[in-house]
Design a binder for this molecule. Structure first.
Ligand code: SF4
Ligand code: SF4
Length: 395
């Protein structure tokens, strides 16, 4: 039991909900499942009830019966069937910080022991292997060996100005490994002084945030900071918007941090990336954590527009209104079917633009959309922006 998982601002904000229900209209989980119980408005009502009926001061004050196991389970199931996309927060007319609230709520449900047991797998994997997929952490940089011309040092340098923090998904998933391969080559061609951390890179903490497991974050943060200091680094580079979000919000401001879209924009402006013409029509999917989360909408569009010959068409819902791909919030682990349904909605919207390819800036978005496209044999290319730039590199 833990009402302490909420701060005073959150408790006050809950009371400000006017029940207008516009948050339900934009929720990808609701539109894909047609289940209104997954909406923000329903969840706020449930949360208020939990706080009132919980044993303790408020429970005694309101003289309510505690929730039954069944009621807890029903509520908890809806809380974890959410992609944490932040669309509800973006539209809420009274400005409730809904995404923060969902994170506190998940933490509360873990502390209260009412959570999907798959969360235990995330906790155990992280505790034992330092990555969320239970892979051998010593193999974090093994993707380098699969590059066409891997460098002798495997991009593992003793000292460097920039550390490229790859993140768990890009390190271990073959589909996503194309992203670090592309980015490493772009950095090489632009003479950037960079290194990887290899086995000294531990999970950034993002899966803990979404799973309500932030109690285990501190040693991971301290370890990563120390690894960076040992490299003498000044800047950390991420292709993963979720790693980038964690460093922005939960690490001390000791290093300059950049997302790949921002870093590549700088390189292009400095004329360090020789780009040839590409004859393609592309659209762009704003990853939730980079777009709504970090408010970075312009850098990826600048990169796309700097490639000669490319034709760019916006999605009907773009920038801050962009719809989630279905890959966020650990949803795939909790309800893979719903995650795929959300991906299906996304792909339909992309196909309506007539683009040959959808470009995004997130390994998880690439993985989710590509899995859907492949399973359903849809003729659409899914590329990370690093792969697009890599394709346009003059040979
Ligand atoms: S964060 Fe996204 S998926 Fe979750 S309730 Fe809000 S709109 Fe729905
Ligand atoms: S949009 Fe905001 S105020 Fe309206 S129902 Fe949703 S949470 Fe409440």
């Amino acid at each position: 039991m833990s009402n302490q998982d909420y701060n005073m601002r959150q408790l006050l904000e809950m009371g400000a909900c006017t029940n207008c229900q516009v948050c339900a209209d934009v929720c990808p989980a609701v539109s894909a499942s047609l289940d209104g119980h997954l909406s923000a408005v329903y969840r706020i009502k449930g949360l208020k009830e939990v706080l009132k009926r919980r044993a303790g001061f408020l429970g005694r004050l309101f003289r309510r019966k505690p929730l039954s196991q069944e009621e807890w389970k029903g509520f908890s199931d809806t809380v974890f069937r959410c992609t944490l996309c932040g669309n509800c927060q973006e539209i809420c007319p009274v400005g409730i910080n809904l995404k923060d609230l969902w994170l506190s709520l998940r933490q509360d449900l873990v502390h209260s022991d009412h959570y999907p047991k798959k969360i235990n797998m995330i906790r155990d994997n992280l505790a034992e292997d330092r990555n969320v997929f239970a892979e051998d952490n010593e193999e974090r940089a093994e993707w380098v060996e699969d590059m066409p011309n891997p460098p002798d040092d495997g991009y593992m340098r003793e000292k460097a100005r920039v550390v490229y923090f790859t993140g768990c998904t890009a390190a271990y998933f073959p589909v996503a490994q194309k992203i670090p391969m592309a980015l490493a080559e772009i950095l090489d061609r632009s003479n950037v002084d960079f290194t990887l951390l290899g086995e000294d890179e531990w999970c950034c903490g993002f899966p803990m945030l979404g799973a309500g497991l932030m109690d285990m974050f501190e040693p991971f943060r301290d370890h990563n900071l120390e690894a960076l200091r040992e490299k003498g680094a000044r800047e950390v580079l991420f292709a993963c918007p979720s790693c980038y979000q964690m460093w922005r919000e939960f690490y001390p401001p000791e290093f300059r941090i950049s997302h790949a879209t921002q870093f590549i924009t700088r390189l292009i402006r400095e004329e360090r990336v020789p780009l040839r013409e590409l004859d393609m029509t592309v659209t762009y999917h704003d990853p939730c954590d980079l777009g709504r989360g970090a408010r970075e909408f312009d850098a990826p569009r600048e990169v796309i527009r700097s490639i000669p010959g490319l034709s760019f068409v916006e999605l009907p819902r773009n920038r801050e209104n962009c719809q989630c791909c279905g890959g966020g919030g650990n949803l795939e682990m909790v309800d893979a079917g719903l995650s795929a349904q959300i991906a299906g909605q996304k792909i339909e919207e992309i196909l309506s633009t007539g683009a040959d390819a959808v470009i995004t800036s997130c390994q998880q978005c690439v993985r989710t959309m590509m899995t859907y496209v492949r399973r359903n044999k849809i003729a659409l290319e899914v590329l990370d922006i690093t792969q697009l730039v890599h394709r346009a590199l003059e040979k």
